[in-house]
Write a protein that binds this ligand. Structure first.
Ligand SMILES: NC(=O)C1=CN([C@@H]2O[C@H](COP(=O)(O)OP(=O)(O)OC[C@H]3O[C@@H](n4cnc5c(N)ncnc54)[C@H](O)[C@@H]3O)[C@@H](O)[C@H]2O)C=CC1
Ligand SMILES: O=C1O[C@H](COP(=O)(O)O)[C@@H](O)[C@H](O)[C@H]1O
Length: 262
């Protein structure tokens, strides 16, 4: 992809996972309301490619998105316990502003950072904790309707529906990535649920790169590594995007760390 890619929320964890692995491979525009320190900025990105602005501000977004062919939209309030006024503004209004600007700017592909919390209520009492264990074969595959855990999850489900609308009515290619639990270096410790939905940094970067390179219409897929423990299928991501994850939370056992950058 030769034309610029707009990455919102670039200063945050998911943004940094992406930039750390593929930060020098694309012509990025980086938009965040927080300033980006030089240690977070990939080589080759100069000050002109960094936009300090808010995704709820149409003028800020318009300036950053001009000339871009693809968008990776991460910016928002990521807290599962976030209050309604924050998710309404940052996640729902911000995402609608992004979609509207993307259509206006002629963007072709839009990857939206959705969440496991859009579907957390499938984790019923009768299914857990077996669901989180390697021998359990229950799977969500992205075709099921949202069942949010919390108001944050409601905001993510709403972002997915906004994507459906902008795909159906404006022809934008949209992929909703229901991200699991991104942690740096190793999977969450003493947290079975987190190990079942672990997404390593390098698999995260690879997955979003596939969102830039693959051809798709409207997809909802799960963003987790190839964990032995899993209740999210990654077949949808493999088929729609060519996702080929390298990591597995089962390769980590307490202090027995497997070598390699994740
Ligand atoms: N980290 C994880 O495991 C998961 C993350 N996600 C989603 O991925 C996205 C990124 O999450 P993280 O990187 O973990 O969060 P983060 O809090 O580390 O990064 C979010 C970034 O977005 C920026 N931001 C927030 N509201 C903004 C606004 N209105 N305008 C401009 N910038 C704004 C913040 O300044 C921050 O740099 C979020 O949408 C989150 O809901 C979903 C599932 C799991
Ligand atoms: O959507 C998100 O999910 C992850 C994992 O959820 P958790 O409830 O198991 O912590 C969370 O860490 C992240 O902040 C959030 O944005």
């Amino acid at each position: 992809m030769d034309e610029p890619v707009l990455l919102t929320g670039a200063v945050g964890r998911v943004g940094q996972a992406i930039l750390r692995h593929i930060g020098t491979d694309y012509e990025w525009r980086l938009l965040d309301r927080a300033p980006m320190s030089s240690s977070k900025r990939p080589e080759g990105i100069d000050a002109d490619d960094i936009y300090i602005g808010d995704v709820t501000d149409a003028d800020d977004v318009r300036e950053a998105i001009d000339g871009c062919r693809a968008v990776v939209h991460l910016a928002g309030d990521p807290r599962p316990e976030a209050p309604w006024d924050s998710v309404l503004q940052n996640n729902i209004d911000g995402t609608q502003t992004m979609f509207e600007a993307a259509v206006e700017a002629g963007v072709e592909k839009f990857a939206f950072a959705s969440s496991n919390h859009a579907v957390g209520a499938y984790e019923t009492e009768s299914r857990t904790p077996d669901l989180y264990r390697p021998d359990d074969d229950y799977r969500l595959d992205g075709t099921e309707p949202p069942r949010p855990t919390n108001l944050y999850g409601v905001s993510k489900a709403t972002g997915e529906v906004l994507g459906r609308y902008y795909h159906d009515h404006h022809g934008l290619s949209v992929v909703n990535v229901r991200i699991g639990n991104l942690t740096e270096g190793h999977p969450p410790i003493d947290y079975e649920r987190g190990q079942a939905m672990w997404l390593s940094y390098r698999d995260c970067a690879h997955l979003f790169e596939r969102c830039l390179l693959a051809d798709y219409d409207y997809e909802t897929i799960y963003g987790i590594s190839d964990n032995d423990r899993k209740y999210y299928s990654i077949e949808g991501a493999r088929e729609a995007l060519g996702y080929d994850p390298q990591d597995n939370s089962a390769e980590w056992d307490g202090d027995d760390h497997v070598d390699g950058e994740r």
